[in-house]
Design a protein around this ligand. Structure first.
Ligand SMILES: *Cc1c(COP(=O)(O)O)cnc(C)c1O
Length: 230
């Protein structure tokens, strides 16, 4: 069965709204980042036409190319693992970098942002579960990381991001999101100057309903938007 990108988006927004309402949250503050990795330009244009304003990429090369080719009235998010030597290519146009996971990377973003005369908004990617080998600052090192990162004048910390492990058990996935929310709350309560906990970036196609139930206000959805869209 085929459905259009507009249908998929409508469906996803309905589910976001329902998940928020289930927990007595206002859906208004929730943003949807359409993840466009491996998606051809015409399909992305279709999504923009259907109301998408925030685009996410995880590869530097592809992000640059798509930025050049797409209309300039969209907001770019970088969500993938970022190597320090590639920072210079994306700071020019990316609104929010979700995947800052080392001081070395934060320092390089700071350096490039200074060159561009901007303050780069970033999220700290956190490895909540400690399972698997993947990127992210271990949860117990986030405070230490923030203490160093807030010294950098050309980055602005706007929240936390996590990727849930690829597991079936929804209750285990939920624990990861609850963990990130709890950590953001602790950071907020510590009143660290320069570390604003405005965004919780969590939830992808398979787990965004749980993420929204647990407080996500920035969901990153790719395949759910673009699949079966012929
Ligand atoms: C690919 C990707 C997504 C979107 O994943 P889907 O399962 O296609 O929704 C979200 N976040 C990150 C970091 C990704 O790399």
């Amino acid at each position: 069965m085929t459905s259009s990108i507009a249908d998929n988006l409508k469906n996803i927004w309905e589910q976001i709204n329902q998940a928020a309402i289930r927990r007595g949250r206002q859906p208004d503050g929730i943003k949807l980042v359409a993840v466009v990795k491996n998606i051809p330009i015409p399909k992305i244009l279709e999504a923009i036409e259907a109301g998408v304003k925030n685009l996410g990429e995880s590869k530097v090369q592809d992000a640059r190319k798509k930025f050049e080719e797409l209309p300039k009235n969209v907001i770019w998010h970088f969500i993938g693992h970022l190597q320090t030597n590639k920072v210079k290519y994306i700071v020019k146009f990316v609104d929010l970098i979700h995947s800052v996971d080392s001081i070395k990377l934060a320092q390089e973003i700071n350096r490039q942002a200074e060159k561009e005369n901007k303050v780069q908004k970033v999220l700290v990617q956190v490895n909540v579960s400690g399972e698997e080998t993947k990127f992210g600052v271990p949860a117990d090192q986030v405070f230490h990381f923030l203490k160093e990162a807030v010294k950098l004048r050309h980055i602005a910390i706007k929240g936390l991001m996590t990727i849930a492990p690829l597991i079936e058990d929804p209750e285990k996935i939920r624990l990861v999101f609850v963990g990130l929310r709890g950590l953001a709350k602790k950071v907020s309560q510590a009143h660290i100057k320069g570390a604003e906990m405005k965004y919780l970036s969590m939830g992808m196609t398979n787990d965004f309903r749980i993420a929204v139930e647990e407080g996500s206000n920035l969901v990153r959805i790719g395949s759910g938007i673009f699949r079966h869209a012929g």
